[in-house]
Design a protein around this ligand. Structure first.
Ligand SMILES: Cc1cc2nc3c(=O)[nH]c(=O)nc-3n(C[C@H](O)[C@H](O)[C@H](O)COP(=O)(O)OP(=O)(O)OC[C@H]3O[C@@H](n4cnc5c(N)ncnc54)[C@H](O)[C@@H]3O)c2cc1C
Length: 390
């Protein structure tokens, strides 16, 4: 069975490796001239890291990933930790795989390097596709065209595949804008920040930060409610002074981190409503192409890795029954991805509550049990997406 994947992001590359391991003839077509990721961090929880470990990637992941000890939920003004949920050895022992923090470029590179080079086709921008009987043909801007038994659109939130198959529909602006910065460790040594993920919640905004690149840099993302911004680029430069102004009155650690940004980039966060169907004939979707979500569960990439695992298991188990495998893929994956889209949107509201009765109720609930405690997170971290029945 020949499968072509459109898009060499984390989702497309991970899916290619999983499909290859399942014995399929897989090729990835990426529009960019090389595999790159923006200068930012990414958290990979055990539900995704276990799938990558199975591909033999553990040594490469351990070489560049940081293994956090905990997740702190903190107050914006006094810095109080409401809950410190362990994600170190306790999580690895319980769920059989570790939690990692990566620089995105490190993760993308290790995935791309694991793929045989002849299976990765750079500089191929999909412009059109055609389905005829049980075959699908992809047409690229450079004039190339390729035929396969199955085409997988892993081409992100602006998916061309999605538009071609299900019609045009723009991603919606969520009302949130994010600034990001990567701070060299030596600039913030004096702050003594634990190897953990810290989530500072405050009125109309939150800040998340964690170590990446083997601990050489701190990834910081500052998200605010900002209804009138619409530019969705990961590479628009922002002004550090604007970020500091927006976080006036926040705890000194937050302000010191922002003040240490060598540069900052700003972008508007978009998502999409649940897509009614993911597949049509010999074409299906995965990752942000079918279920983009706000980052407040840190699960977008993890879910794209899970998609690839489920698809690979089903295509392996049901050779010659692609339609059945795709139907099952959607049945097993869509409810979980949709639940995470909704949970991410709900967290946006929870994280941004103004001080008052609702915020006090939230803080008490977090302190009492915590949604990240091992007892409460099994549904997310313990899930094995490759383990799907036909
Ligand atoms: C601030 C922020 C923080 C986040 N943090 C986390 C986190 O901690 N953990 C987590 O799991 N997720 C996180 N996410 C979500 C995560 O970044 C995405 O869900 C994930 O990167 C999606 O991967 P993808 O492969 O589906 O799409 P993309 O990464 O968008 O990749 C799509 C690829 O397709 C290519 N492409 C597009 N169109 C074409 C075409 N026509 N032809 C050929 N190629 C094409 C693109 O060039 C790109 O390489 C975060 C998101 C944001 C915004």
């Amino acid at each position: 069975m020949k499968v072509i994947i459109i898009g060499g992001g984390i989702g497309g590359l991970a899916a290619a490796l999983q499909l290859l391991k399942a014995g399929l003839d897989v090729h990835v077509y990426e529009q960019a001239p090389r595999i790159t990721e923006i200068g930012a961090g990414i958290q990979i929880s055990p539900n995704a890291s276990r799938l990558l470990h199975r591909l033999g990637l553990k040594p490469a992941m351990d070489a560049v990933g940081v293994r956090p000890l905990a997740v702190h939920q903190r107050r914006w003004d006094d810095g109080r930790t409401l809950q410190r949920a362990p994600v170190g050895s306790e999580v690895e022992t319980t769920f059989g795989a570790p939690y990692y923090h990566f620089h995105r470029a490190d993760l993308a590179t290790l995935l791309a390097e694991a793929l045989p080079p002849e299976r990765l086709h750079l500089g191929h921008k999909l412009v059109d596709l055609a389905q005829r009987g049980e075959r699908v043909t992809a047409h690229f801007e450079n004039g190339a065209h390729v035929e396969a038994d199955l085409l997988v659109g892993a081409d992100g939130i602006h998916s061309r595949v999605r538009t071609l198959v299900f019609g045009p529909e723009k991603p919606r602006f969520t009302g949130c804008v994010a600034w990001r910065g990567l701070v060299p460790a030596e600039r913030i040594k004096h702050l003594g920040i634990e190897v953990a993920s810290h989530n500072w919640m405050g009125p109309d905004g939150h800040v998340v930060h964690y170590w990446v690149a083997g601990g050489r840099m701190m990834n910081v993302v500052c998200v605010v409610e900002h209804g009138d911004w619409t530019q969705e680029s990961w590479t628009d430069r922002g002004e550090v002074a604007d970020v500091l102004a927006r976080y006036e009155g926040w705890h000194a650690t937050v302000r010191s981190l922002i003040g240490a940004f060598p540069e900052t980039f700003v972008w508007a966060l978009h998502d999409r409503a649940e897509l009614p169907r993911w597949s049509d004939g010999r074409v299906t979707l995965l990752g942000d192409a079918c279920h983009p979500m706000l980052p407040m569960m840190a699960q977008g990439a993890a879910q794209s890795i899970e998609d690839g695992a489920a698809l690979a298991s089903l295509l392996k188990a049901m050779p010659g029954a692609i339609a059945g495998a795709l139907a099952r893929y959607e049945t097993v994956r869509k409810p979980r991805a949709t639940k995470l889209q909704q949970a991410s949107a709900a967290n946006r509201k929870r994280f941004h509550l103004p001080d008052g009765p609702e915020q006090q109720k939230r803080d008490e609930a977090i302190a009492a049990s915590g949604d990240r405690s091992i007892a409460n997170i099994g549904w997310l971290y313990g899930h094995d997406a490759a383990n799907v029945s036909q």
